[in-house]
Write a protein that binds this ligand. Structure first.
Ligand code: HEM
Length: 130
């Protein structure tokens, strides 16, 4: 097991990686709402930002694994692994114009991102001990 200081830094980085991913996800949903509402210029932004969201979903997974699987428990570990895979599938659905699947999966992803955010901001998310 790593020393407490090292684990503390890793936990802090994981917390902010998950937070950054969540914020970028909100921006992605906001862009979707804008272009569905008629702002055509929000579409290329949504298309490009989708890759950034999925990349950050991957960074988030790595950061959570470094911070320690034991902190996550099985359910959150599965959710952390599912996130980037489902996000790349989400990009595929978007590019295929599979609207129903794309919006449904978008809502599921939103739930997972929120669950992970709550997990890392809980008071008992250990910053200095494992
Ligand atoms: C609830 C959230 C979301 C909504 C409502 C939404 C909505 C849409 C809509 C209406 C389209 C047009 C094509 C289609 O009808 O399927 C689209 C395209 C797309 N979306 Fe989303 N989206 C959401 C989340 C996401 C997320 C999380 C990602 C990436 C991880 C993403 C990536 C893309 C991409 C790459 C395209 C295709 C752009 C292209 O033409 O190349 N979307 N989205």
């Amino acid at each position: 097991m790593s020393p407490p200081a090292l684990r503390s830094t890793a936990a802090l980085l994981a917390r902010w990686a998950v937070t950054a991913h969540f914020l970028l996800f909100i921006v992605q949903v906001g862009a979707a709402v804008l272009f569905v509402g008629g702002r055509a210029d929000a579409y290329p932004f949504h298309a490009g930002n989708g890759w950034a969201v999925a990349a950050l979903g991957t960074v988030q997974l790595v950061a959570l694994l470094v911070a320690g699987r034991d902190r996550l428990g099985l359910l959150f570990l599965l959710l952390a692994f599912a996130m980037p895979g489902l996000e790349f599938a989400q990009i595929g659905l978007g590019r295929a114009f599979a609207v129903t699947g794309h919006v449904s999966l978008g809502l599921l992803l939103w739930g997972i991102a929120l669950a992970l955010l709550i997990k890392v901001w809980r008071p008992d998310w250990p910053l200095s001990h494992g």
